[in-house]
Ligand binder design. Structure first.
Ligand code: 13P
Length: 263
């Protein structure tokens, strides 16, 4: 069966995780800016730690680079010591927020139900959520990868309207590929992305699902970006380690071209 794929402008997002002091962050942004100023065929997002958002926001004025955060809480304000609200992220110039990253699930006990509340809160405040899903190695080895991703996606995206689906981004990040140097093969990535798009279609309809960006994350590097991007259901990448060096992040952005595809 032939399937016509909608070509979506690729998006490359850099998740800085808990790296970079203010001085290091400013330097990194300066080099990235210089390296991508002529790129117009790819959307670019950087997600520094909370501590750097207010410093970096003005540095992105007049550039094509958008600002994102790595997490947030669900309330607008309140007695929630140590938390950051969607309103605060908007106030600091964020357009995107990563939610449900596997490190949040693994180290901070985030559940699908909390992530779902966060997704709804982000959308309410016009932040674009980048909702992460992905299986662990034991889950993949026991043949439960798709089942796991389905439960995560259905849990995190419960109760959303079709309109809300149109505004979000999903990131497939197999946990065994994060920071390990092991990337899912292009075929493994495509198989899971196609599965995720089918799940999205069940909920939001085929037409909307075809337009939702599904990013791949897990040891993305300049050397593997074009193979990953060549997969029809891959619309970009969520990059960890390789976004901490300007040169590799720039090369990934330049390598993220997408061609018209009919498969
Ligand atoms: P690495 O690119 O370091 O594997 O990290 C991926 C990731 O977790 C991005 O959110």
């Amino acid at each position: 069966m032939t399937r016509k794929y909608v070509v979506i402008k690729p998006l490359i997002a850099g998740n800085w995780k808990m790296y970079k002091t203010s001085q290091e962050g400013v330097k990194l942004v300066g080099t990235i800016k210089a390296g991508v100023h002529s790129v117009d065929d790819c959307d670019i997002v950087i997600c520094p730690p909370f501590t750097l958002l207010s410093t970096i926001n003005p540095l992105l004025d007049g550039t094509r680079i958008a600002l994102g955060a790595q997490n947030m809480y669900v309330e607008k304000e309140g007695a929630f010591t140590g938390e950051i609200s969607p309103l605060m992220l908007k106030d600091l110039g964020c357009r995107y927020v990563i939610l449900g990253h596997s490190e949040r699930r693994q180290y901070f006990g985030e559940t699908d139900s909390l992530i779902n509340k966060k997704v709804i809160a982000a959308l309410t405040f016009s932040l674009i959520p980048i909702v992460c899903v992905g299986e662990t190695l034991p889950e993949r080895e026991s043949g439960k990868a798709k089942e796991t991703v389905k439960a995560q996606a259905e849990g995190a995206l419960a109760g959303l309207s079709a309109e809300q689906f149109e505004k979000l981004i999903v990131a497939y990040e197999p946990v065994w590929a994060i920071g390990t140097g092991k990337t899912a093969s292009s075929g493994e990535a495509q198989e899971m992305h196609e599965w995720i798009r089918a799940l999205l279609a069940e909920r939001a309809g085929k037409e909307i699902a075809a337009k939702i960006r599904i990013l791949y994350g897990g040891s993305v590097k300049p050397e593997n970006i074009s193979g990953i991007m060549a997969q029809p259901d891959v619309n970009g990448a969520l990059v960890g380690g390789a976004c901490l060096k300007a040169e590799s992040f720039i090369q990934i952005i330049r390598g993220a071209k997408k061609k018209e595809l009919t498969c």
